[in-house]
Ligand binder design. Sequence first.
Ligand code: CTP
Length: 403
Amino acid sequence: MLRGKRVLLIISGGIAAYKSLDLIRRLRERGADVRAVLTRAGEQFVTPLSVSALTEDKVYTDLFSLTDEAEMGHIQLSRNADVLVVAPASADILARMAAGMANDLATTVLLATDKPVLAAPAMNVRMWQHPATQSNLEVLRDRGVMIVGPNEGDMACGEYGPGRMAEPLEIVAEVSNFFQTASGPLAGRRALVTSGPTHEPIDPVRYIANRSSGRQGHAIAMALAEAGAEVTLVTGPVDLPEPPGLTTVGVETAREMLAACQSALPADIAVCAAAVADWHVADAADQKLKKADGQATPTLALSENPDILATLSKSGPERPAVVIGFAAETEDVVAHAQAKLARKGCDWILANDVSPAVGTFGGDRNTIHLVSPDGVEDWPTLTKRDVGRRLVQTIIERGPFAE
Ligand code: CTP
């Protein structure tokens, strides 16, 4: 399973670093190539010599080493890996990862990478339970960092509780699991996902927008990528990090979004989760509109935007095998979704209630009704991440690729 896979192991400071030596052996036994970065704190627990003896490679320790940079720049280090494993991941390195710091080789590589990252936290139980650590983990998880452990047990510091690094074989299992996903049920399928709002300019400084956060679309894109699909995420302006392991294309307007979607075709799966503005300002001003005494209040003439979902749903050689839309409604959610399914020509609609009282926009959870020509399936309230996973599971089980 791990034959030929390139693992970049980052060993940060912690008593659990001794287990990382065994981790190197276990990964290599299974055919993985392991290259290691040792932080300054990590060097206090294991020596570069032991790490190097086990990886049979040089150990990278210094961001400013001229020889290392000449042989293998820090960008190259992360490019030449299939996965980055941070084990042990101390509270300190997790905090620096969450903050996007790059003040040593390990964090620079982690910031520069577009490869998947797996972290195995290890620390004192109180450090683990501290709200700062927990919120850093939340940030990292949201960014797609995979976390394994920690386990509960007696700790080197004499306390008991969660904080022990996962065992080397558990970490190996997680790495193998990741590669299994890479050959997962949607491997070889191309997916296109739209996400976020669009911004429709009024003039160079003003625009029409909506409250979409992009969280649901991004979660779907991540879930598709986790199932092995090759994903292009076309997103309007959002305040979210680019998910790892997929291609993100940033756009502003609905017209740009359509163009980006069309250039991402062909695709097997299309999910339109973006809250696309229905209209744009017909003649957006080139210069900032000025307010002047005695002048009439300007009126905005609007023109209709292209309907991306309807365009992608049109039959033809480029039509994705499954096209899924959303219906954001504030009343008669299911009835409107059924009408929308017919009108747009897509295969399924995920209908959700976006009344302000429900808090879907910008919130963490979503209540979905899956509307298809076969009927309506009511899903329980789920996190947006779980909605993504459930949708992907439904595509796998009931979509056109099901055996
Ligand atoms: N959609 C799209 N392009 C548009 C408008 C909407 O791709 N120009 C997609 C959305 O991504 C979503 C679905 O169409 O998947 C439904 O969007 P919604 O705004 O709920 O529906 P509307 O078409 O605007 O219909 P209505 O105004 O009746 O709500």
